[in-house]
Design a protein around this ligand. Structure first.
Ligand code: FUB
Ligand code: ZN
Length: 657
C-alpha cells in the first residue's frame, strides 16, 4: 500500500505539484534527538517528568482505572475455571477510562526515552502484565465488557461488540490510545510486551472490519492516528488500510457531533466535539501522507481555513461550546468559552501534520500559539493540578472546570491530565523538521539537537531566553563542512499579524524589524512560506543570530466576534496576556485601559516561576495594571481573570527588553 503519489494544489497552501512517497514530505526530527538545556521549557519538562508522570501513575491506581483491568482478567479467569455466571461491575465511571491508562503509559514511555529509569520501566512492565491479562483470547480489549459479559455494564455499550462505537462506547477510541502507547513503549524500551497486545488487537480489527462488509464509523476518533503509528512501526499495511476504512465509513447523514454528517472528503468546516474533530483531521493527514490521497488534503485544508479564520481563540484553544464540548458556529467565540485542554493539544497535532504536508509556517504559527497559551494553561506550575477548560475570562468562583473552581488534581473524566503529560514529555519533537537537505527550525528554545543533513551529522545548539526574549543564537556544527539549508521560521507575530487569517489583528500591524545574521553577515530578509532560508556551506563554528524584536502588541478581534468588540488583548512574542485580580481588588473584564496607555515589559524571576509581566498604565484612578502570561493564571489562588479588556485604547507606546 505504499503508494508513490502526487497531489495537486487545492488551495494557496498547495501551489506546487509535489511528488512524495510513503509518508509526509517533511520529516519531523524525533523528540529523542533534541534536548532542552535550560530556559522556559526545562522546568516544565522537569516537573512533568518528576511530578506529573509519577502523579498520573498513582492516579491510575487511586482512581481504580487499573483495577478495571484486574476485574476483567478475574472474570475471564473465574469463568474459565468453572464459574460460568461470574462477572464484575466496573469501578470507574466511563467506558473510556481504559484510555487514560494507555495515555499515561505513552507519556511515561516518552519520559523513559529521554531519561533511563529502571524503576519506572519495571512499573510499566507490571502495568502491561495487567493490561495483557484483560485482553480476551481473540485480541478484544475493553475492560467494561470483558468484566461483565452477560449484559452491558454501561448504557453507552451494546450487548454486542462495536455496535455502539459510532455513538459512545469508545471501544475504538481506547484502542487508538493503546496503539499510540504501544508504539511509544516499544520505541522507548525495545520491548514488545505492549506492542504485541496492540498487534493482537489490531489483528482482531482486521478480521472484523478488514473486508469492508461490517462498517463502523468510530464515534470518537483517534484510532486512525494510532493505526498509522502501528503501521509505521510494524510495516503491516493492513493497519493503514484499516485507518482508511474507518475514515471512509464516516457520513453522510450522521450527527455532526462526531463528524459523521458528511463523508470526510466532503467536510469543509470544523464542527462538533472539538477533540474528536481535531483527532479526525490529524488522522486524515496521516492517511493522506501515507497513501497520497489528495482529496483528504483538500478537505482538511478547507477545514483548517474555517477553524483558523472563524473558530480559533486568541489563546490557540478551540471548542467554544460546553454543550457537546464542541466547536461553535463561525465567530462564536465567547470569552467564557469551554476550550478543553485536549482540544488545544489535538490542535497542535493537527497543525503539526498540516505543516509536515506543506512546509508552510502558518500551521506552526497556530501550533506555537496553542502551545504557549491554551495548552500549558492546562497544568499548574506545580505539575499536579489541571484545567479541563480554558476560558478567557473568569469571575473568581465559578465551578467551570468539570465541576470545580480552579485547577484540580484529577477528574472523573480524566482525559486532559495525561494528554498534557504526554505532550510535554515529547515536546521537542515539534522543534525541527527536515526536507531534503533543508532543516526547518520551528521552535525557538534553549536546546541541543543532532540531525542528519546532506548525509552528515549536524549538531544544532540554540541559546535563547525565548519566549521572554526574541534574541536567538543557533550554533550549527556539521561533522564535516557541508552544503545545506537552514530555514528559520519568522513567526506571524513578528510579521505584524497574529495569524495567517483575519480573525485577529494588531492595532499596529507593522512588521517588527527582525533580522538574521550568519557568521556576523546579514541575511536578506526574504520570506518563503514563513521561513527565511539560509543556504550555504556550513562549517563548525558557524552561528546564526536571529533577532525577533518583541514589542507589546494590542490585539483586536474580527468585527464579527461579538465577545471582542470594543475590547483589546495584549500580546508579546508568542504569549497572550491576561489580567488577574489576585486580591479581587477589581473585576478584570471591566477594566478600561486608558487611551494611549504606556505599557512596559519586565522579566520578574521571582514571579510565577519567572515570567515577563506587562505593566499597563491604567490612568490616575487605576494606576499600573499588571498583566501576566495567560498560561500562568490561577497559580496564586482563585481570582478573577480576563484576557480581553475594555477599550478605549487609541495607541500604545511600548518599551522593555
Ligand atoms: O470521550 C473521551 C474524552 O472525554 C473526550 O476526548 C473528551 O472531550 C471527554 O469528553
Ligand atoms: Zn480532555
Amino acid at each position: 500500500m505504499k503508494l508513490i503519489s502526487a497531489w495537486f494544489s487545492f488551495s494557496a497552501a498547495f501551489l506546487t505539484l509535489t511528488a512524495f512517497a510513503s509518508d509526509y514530505p517533511v520529516t519531523p526530527v524525533p523528540f529523542t534527538a533534541v534536548r532542552v538545556t535550560g530556559g522556559f521549557w526545562q522546568p516544565r519538562q522537569e516537573i512533568n517528568r518528576t511530578v506529573t508522570v509519577p502523579f498520573a501513575l498513582r492516579q491510575l491506581e487511586d482512581s481504580k482505572r487499573l483495577k478495571n483491568f484486574d476485574l476483567a482478567a478475574e472474570t475471564m479467569r473465574r469463568r474459565a475455571a468453572g464459574e460460568p455466571t461470574f462477572q464484575n461491575m466496573p469501578v470507574t465511571i466511563f467506558p473510556f477510562d481504559d484510555s487514560d491508562v494507555y495515555k499515561v503509559i505513552e507519556g511515561a514511555s516518552y519520559s523513559l526515552s529521554t531519561h533511563a529509569d529502571p524503576a519506572l520501566e519495571k512499573q510499566l512492565d507490571e502495568m502491561i502484565v495487567r493490561v495483557a491479562a484483560a485482553q480476551e483470547p481473540d485480541g478484544y480489549l475493553y475492560t467494561f465488557r470483558t468484566m461483565h459479559p452477560d449484559s452491558p455494564a454501561h448504557e453507552w455499550m451494546d450487548q454486542k461488540r462495536w455496535l455502539k462505537d459510532p455513538e459512545l462506547s469508545h471501544e475504538l477510541y481506547n484502542l487508538g490510545h493503546l496503539y499510540e502507547a504501544g508504539v511509544a513503549h516499544f520505541q522507548a524500551t525495545g520491548k514488545r510486551n505492549l506492542l504485541e497486545i496492540c498487534t493482537r488487537s489490531a489483528e482482531l480489527l482486521w478480521q472484523t472490519f478488514g473486508s469492508g462488509e461490517f462498517k463502523i464509523a468510530p464515534g470518537h476518533e483517534v484510532v486512525e492516528m494510532g493505526l498509522a503509528k502501528l503501521y509505521r512501526v510494524t510495516g503491516d499495511e493492513r493497519y493503514l488500510k484499516l485507518a482508511r476504512i474507518f475514515l471512509e465509513a464516516r457520513g453522510p447523514g450522521g450527527p455532526d457531533y462526531n463528524q459523521r454528517h458528511l463523508r470526510v472528503v466532503d467536510q469543509t468546516t470544523a464542527v462538533g466535539h472539538a477533540v474528536r474533530a481535531n483527532y479526525l483531521y490529524a488522522g486524515m493527514a496521516d492517511v493522506a501522507a501515507l497513501t497520497g490521497d489528495a482529496h483528504y488534503v483538500a478537505a482538511i485544508s478547507k477545514i483548517w481555513e474555517n477553524m483558523a479564520g472563524r473558530k480559533l481563540y486568541l489563546t490557540g484553544s478551540v471548542g467554544a461550546r460546553a454543550d457537546g464540548e464542541a466547536y461553535g458556529a463561525d465567530y462564536e467565540l465567547p470569552a467564557d468559552g469551554y476550550n478543553e485542554t485536549c482540544a488545544a493539544i489535538a490542535l497542535m497535532m493537527w497543525n503539526q501534520r498540516m505543516f509536515l504536508l506543506t512546509g508552510d509556517a502558518r500551521y506552526v504559527d497556530v501550533l506555537e500559539r496553542s502551545c504557549f497559551n491554551g495548552v500549558i494553561s492546562g497544568v499548574s506550575l506545580s505539575g499536579d493540578h489541571f484545567f479541563y477548560t480554558n476560558p478567557c475570562v473568569y469571575d473568581g468562583s465559578k465551578k467551570n472546570n468539570s465541576g470545580f473552581a480552579g485547577r484540580v488534581p484529577w477528574f472523573g473524566c480524566a482525559c486532559c491530565p495525561p494528554n498534557e503529560m504526554r505532550t510535554l514529555a515529547a515536546l521537542t519533537g515539534y522543534f525541527y523538521a527536515i526536507k531534503d537537505d533543508a532543516l526547518y527550525v520551528n521552535f525557538y528554545a534553549q536546546s541541543e539537537g543532532e540531525v542528519t543533513l546532506a548525509g552528515t551529522s549536524v549538531k544544532i545548539a540554540q541559546t535563547t531566553e525565548y519566549p521572554w526574549s526574541g534574541k536567538i543564537k543557533i550554533a550549527v556544527t556539521p561533522a564535516t563542512p557541508k552544503h545545506f539549508s537552514v530555514r528559520l521560521r519568522i513567526p506571524s507575530w513578528a510579521q505584524g499579524r497574529p495569524l495567517a487569517t483575519d480573525l485577529y489583528g494588531y492595532d499596529d500591524p507593522s512588521p517588527t524589524a527582525w533580522s538574521v545574521k550568519v557568521a556576523g553577515a546579514a541575511v536578506p530578509a526574504e520570506l518563503d512560506r514563513g521561513y527565511v532560508t539560509i543556504t550555504r556551506e556550513w562549517r563548525a563554528g558557524d552561528t546564526v543570530e536571529l533577532n525577533l524584536p518583541m514589542p507589546v502588541r494590542t490585539v483586536h478581534g474580527n468585527a464579527q466576534i461579538a465577545a471582542t468588540r470594543d475590547r483589546i488583548a495584549f500580546e508579546r512574542g508568542p504569549m497572550v496576556y491576561c489580567v488577574e485580580a489576585v486580591k479581587r481588588e477589581f473585576v478584570p473584564e471591566n477594566l478600561s485601559v486608558a487611551a494611549q496607555a504606556r505599557v512596559t515589559a519586565e522579566f520578574r524571576p521571582e514571579l510565577l516561576g519567572g515570567v515577563t509581566v506587562l505593566s499597563i498604565d491604567g490612568g490616575p484612578e487605576r494606576g499600573l495594571i499588571t498583566a501576566i502570561p495567560y498560561y500562568s493564571w490561577n497559580n496564586r489562588g482563585l481570582a478573577p481573570m480576563a484576557v480581553w479588556l475594555k477599550r478605549p485604547v487609541v495607541s500604545v507606546s511600548t518599551s522593555g527588553r
